[in-house]
Design a binder for this molecule. Sequence first.
Ligand code: AHR
Length: 543
Amino acid sequence: MPHWGRPAKRQEFPQSPCRGPIRSARVSVLWGDHLGKINRNVYGHFTEHLGGCIYDAMWVGEGSSIPNDGGVRKDTAEALKRIQAPMIRWPGGCFADQYHWRDGIGPRATRPRTWNIWWGRDESNQFGTDEFMMYCTMSGAEPYLCFNVGSGTPAEALDWLEYCKGKENTKLTSMRAANGHADPYNVRYWSIGNENWGCGGNFDAEDYAREYARYVTFLNRFAEGGNVEFVACGLFLGDWNQKFFETMLRRPFARGRIQGVNHLSVPHYYFGCGDATKFTDEEYFWAFASIRILERFLQETRAIIEHYTSGKDRIGIALDEWGIWHPVPETGDTGLLQPNTLRDALLACATFNMMHGFGDAISMANIAQTFNVLQALAFTKGPKMALTPTYHAFDLFQPHMDAMALKTLVESPTFKGQIPAGIPFSQQQFVLTTTGGRREMPSEYLSASASLNEGKKQVCVTLVNIHLTEPIEVEVDLAGPDSPAVRGGTIRALTSASVHDENTLDKPEVIRATAPKPLLASGNKFVHAVPAHTAQALVLDLE
Ligand code: AHR
């Protein structure tokens, strides 16, 4: 058992115990170091007309024997409500820049059938704006809509905004009333296209900025005072973000300010590493090591935003698609349907821990995609529904929502994530660029973050030990001269016998987060064990 000395000053630590044979680590929660509130929208969701995400997971139709409210599937909406899902992004993804919202409103029997060019499936348009709003109401989530820039027009976007938010008696608001909703919808978040450097129109940064400014000219004017925020499409690679901001600043009336941008979307980060269930240990560790790459991209994005706004205007980072993407077929009714293992859930937990280190700089993050697609939270087939391990990761991390992020330092045993041989050449090149040519990425076995709840009576510390066989003994230290003492608390855990374990429609309960159990902890610091491949949420009561 190593000896733990309390640091005399906040940032000084005794010799790291992690060099010895005992797997031990220290998590120092710097009591006075507030990083800003963790926006609840960091726990956001993303749905697209792709595979089985919408039909039959969100929409089953009024005549269905599957329990529904006006056609909206109940069990999935209720599952989202239980984890306080804060927001849902819709209708895409690539599909958004093909979508014409008028196809999806009015009597359902007369809506046109269209072809989804991106995801190779027919589109019945039975699920449109009003149905999506119904789903949001039932799940308690805020809507986040994406305008069609790639194949649409500012006029079409303006009409959609008016259809949703218009208050005056106009043709469009009368249409909304005829479709059952006389009152305006409360849609705050709107993105001006999706991945416009690619499937959203293949723009370059300057052309996109000009198009962005053109859209926002009209949308902003209409939305004045209407509680509306716009999300611009950014990119991690190259100098897209710089060129976008520079072009915005060159507008004749910019007056040195980036106008009409509330969030910069940093599309889109997909972890990818080996098979969905039969991954190797090397691939397993690489997935976790590559969180570092995302972290670096986020740091760069934050610096670019600070540079171009000179701290005058607030632009949040919107990581509005993220998750793990396994090699599965993309098109048809089951496009991008992939299994979901404990590995995926732990990866989500460790990614959340990393995001919390950005405090309030990240204004939203939307895991891709909520149902039946990529890193889903639930699978559905007919009446069956299975919550995935990733759902339980969201459940476990709920106490962080809207809580104040506290700077958290982790001293942990490390490993060197090696780029697995199997990853595609293009991805290898991308990784090599970000690692400075190294084929490996050092990373920690333990990840952690901490936040202080609104009443300042509880601190939530989330710990993830990704080691495959060994527990880690962690000293949790509420560090700082004024740090309060802990007086017990609760603990929840997420684990299983193997990181390859999964929840399926036939075996839906293999993995789930445990119910809260009392935690024996006291004082400013305590030692606590995290078993191998386990995530834990400690909710500590403060004196
Ligand atoms: O989530 C699947 C696709 O990935 C989205 O449509 C697109 O935005 C991204 O490239």
